[in-house]
Design a protein around this ligand. Structure first.
Ligand SMILES: [Zn+2]
Length: 336
């Protein structure tokens, strides 16, 4: 039985619409989403969506009708806003899309699509984040292969033999083509974190990642990997793990390693990742981590608020906020 059939007495559709209404128009007056006119008035309701109020843009405007969901991420959904609010809440409690499908009683493909739209919306808060002050950095290689179905249905063609369970992986550092992309974490001792999925761990990629994530002139503490030692623009000190040195006074990267100890079980819940989806999962984890002072309902409120902004919603549906960091891509765009 879907969860909603148990809690709909406590949680009804009118209240959900009122919540969505205040969330969308809290900061600004009610206006037409098409011509931005403020000269609008009520215009009845929808019989198939109880609780959703309709408005009409009056004279001098476009004279079209709209509602609280027009142009947003929730626009055009057959399911009521109750489902969306609950799905966002469960997503912030780190549920997988399959779990959400089961709890809500929607199809697995529906919840998969919703989850990615909502994750992308959450990542819109994180795109320009930079950390400063004393910053610890560390990297992780996560196995992420070709999970999922082919475009035309059926299993994906791997172009290689299946990895096999518990099979020992290849030696050396991982990278995208070996199905082990790198994840770099920048953890500020002042609290904020930036986590990036990168295709490899070369000097150029790490330099680009640092330029994006860390404010110039910050103090960096890392391990002795050569890509960090080549970094320019920061005050840099490192500990040498090969010499069993893990902390030298104030210089250590324990917070970055601690962050990975939280990220790894978070990713394990999805039972294997596709390497194309890795940046999305990592980005959403970054959002949850930076909003960790708030409870799951407040985090869901943040995501829904961004989802109600038409500009964010259209970009989130296309997945424009998520991408791999790779300096080769940058070079190629410069050439083209
Ligand atoms: Zn209008």
């Amino acid at each position: 039985m879907p969860v909603l059939s148990y809690i709909h007495h406590l949680f009804n559709v009118e209240q959900c619409h009122a919540y969505i209404h205040t969330l969308r128009w809290k900061a600004r007056p009610l206006q037409c989403p098409r011509c931005q006119s403020h000269n609008v008035g009520p215009w009845g309701a929808y019989h198939y969506q109880p609780g959703l109020k309709r408005y009409r843009c009056k004279e001098k405007g476009c004279k079209r009708t709209f509602n609280d969901l027009t142009g947003t991420l929730l626009d055009g959904s057959k399911r009521s806003v109750m489902y969306w609010i609950l799905a966002t809440f469960l997503l912030c409690l780190s549920c997988s899309s399959r779990r959400i499908a089961r709890e809500l009683g929607v199809h697995g493909r529906t919840s998969y699509r919703w989850c990615w739209w909502l994750r992308n919306t959450a990542i819109s808060y994180e795109t320009d984040r930079q950390v400063e002050g004393t910053v610890e950095a560390d990297e992780l290689y996560h196995t992420a292969g070709s999970k999922g179905q082919a475009k035309h249905g059926g299993p994906k063609h791997l172009g290689r033999r299946a990895r096999g369970r518990r099979k020992k992986r290849e030696p050396g550092r991982g990278h995208y083509d070996k199905d082990r992309p790198a994840i770099i974490a920048w953890v500020s001792r002042q609290g904020a974190v930036v986590i990036q999925a990168t295709k490899n761990f070369t000097v150029q990629t790490v330099q680009k990642a640092a330029d994006l994530a860390v404010q110039a002139g910050s103090r960096l503490y890392t391990d002795s990997a050569s890509s960090y030692r080549a970094l320019k623009g920061y005050v840099h000190e490192y500990v040498n793990h090969t010499k069993k040195e893990y902390a030298r006074g104030d210089v250590h990267e324990n917070r970055a390693e601690c962050l990975f100890s939280l990220l790894k079980p978070y990713l394990r819940m999805f039972r294997g990742l596709s390497k194309t989806n890795l940046p999305g999962y990592v980005g959403f984890f970054q959002f949850l981590r930076n909003a960790r002072q708030q409870n799951a309902f407040e985090q869901a409120g943040l995501i829904l608020r961004a989802a109600l902004d038409p500009a964010v919603a259209s970009r989130a549906r296309r997945g424009e906020y998520v991408k791999y960091l790779d300096h080769f891509d940058l070079l190629q765009t410069a050439i083209n």
